[in-house]
Design a protein around this ligand. Structure first.
Ligand code: G3H
Length: 331
């Protein structure tokens, strides 16, 4: 099978679809307890994806451009500076060299968002002014989420005040590990309320949740509490985004949509740095959730170095040659 049905729209402005925001619902413990994950079946299925799914060469550039539009271009380093963030934002506005875009017949391609720590929100907002690219801020004591609860809520409020339109919160892993679903639901409801109009992505830190069943249950609880996106990882755990975890989370999203009618977004994050991996994720989304999820309002890659590899592949598509990676140093 090929996944060649995503064509280049020639302009990278996908038609704007207004998705009703997930309002959340009462915690349904029967539904949560019924969530199961058969590890061997999931791993078997996930294992076949990279080999089985290929994107026809003619469509590869279109798919890679789509992947670019879904990147949360991220810098989360202790030595981030306003200057580095400004350079990243320039890359977010023009993620692929103009001559390559022209050769591909693409215009108006940008990334999905720029993702930073709280202190870097202001320089990012300034650098992205007029671009329509939102700033996402990691929050709630990222990455461990172990600071006092009232400070985690206050951090969200401060980041929204500073101009972040998207907030990536981290959940308390210990609530999942203890099976305290009520506690997780209440925490997530409080985070969602503190976000106000800003969209909230719930980072599950799946590498620290122990089992795929916990991943399935935590996904459902966060969606019931009003998460706009569920996200795999902070990028700081020892195991970050994986295909089996993605399958479990995508299926939870599908089930939530089937039962409630609301579409929740998906963000794999951490360790995704190769163009070919991004194509596997897009194929998986297409198969598990359908074309509607292949847009930046419902799908993002959390990645600090994926863009550079995609740009190299696009250059190869246009020129037939690869340039050195240092030529695409940012992103
Ligand atoms: O959410 C984004 C991740 O922190 C980025 O992880 P990465 O540096 O492995 O791409």
């Amino acid at each position: 099978m090929t996944t060649g049905t995503v064509h280049t729209d020639k302009a990278a402005h996908w038609p704007q679809v207004h998705e009703a925001r997930n309002p959340g619902m009462a915690l349904d413990m029967d539904w949560v307890r019924a969530a199961r994950a058969n590890r061997s079946a999931i791993e078997r299925r996930a294992g076949t994806l990279p080999g089985r799914r290929s994107v026809k060469k003619d469509y590869q550039a279109a798919w890679l451009a789509r992947a670019v539009s879904c990147i949360d271009l991220t810098t989360l380093a202790g030595d981030d500076t306003p200057g580095r963030v400004a350079r990243l934002c320039a890359k977010a506005r023009q993620p692929v060299r103009a001559d390559l875009l022209e050769a591909l017949g693409l215009t108006g391609l940008t990334v999905g968002a720029v993702c930073v720590y709280h202190d870097m929100i202001e320089p990012a907002v300034k650098a992205l002014e007029g671009s329509g690219i939102p700033v996402a801020a990691v929050s709630t004591g990222f990455p461990a989420g172990l600071s006092p609860f009232h400070l985690r809520v206050a951090e969200i409020e401060e980041s929204v005040k500073a101009g972040a339109q998207e907030i990536d919160i981290v959940i308390s892993r210990r609530l999942v590990l203890r099976g305290d679903w009520q506690g997780l639901y209440q925490e997530m409801c409080a985070f969602r309320a503190a976000c106000g109009e800003a969209h909230v992505k719930a980072i599950l830190a799946t590498g620290e949740l122990g089992t795929l069943q916990n991943v399935a249950r935590a996904s459902l609880v966060c969606m019931m509490a009003g998460a706009d996106f569920i996200k795999t990882s902070t990028g700081k755990e020892s195991v970050n985004a994986t295909l089996p975890v993605s399958l479990v989370m995508m299926r939870a999203i599908r089930e939530y949509h089937d039962r409630t009618g609301y579409r929740v977004g998906y963000k794999p994050a951490g360790g995704i740095s190769k163009a070919k991996d991004s194509l596997v994720y897009l194929s998986m989304i297409k198969e598990e959730l359908g074309d509607r999820w292949l847009r930046p309002d419902l799908f993002r890659f959390g990645a600090s170095s994926l863009l550079g590899d995609i740009e190299r592949q696009l250059e190869h598509h246009v020129t037939g040659a690869y340039s050195a990676s240092w030529r695409h140093a940012i992103g």
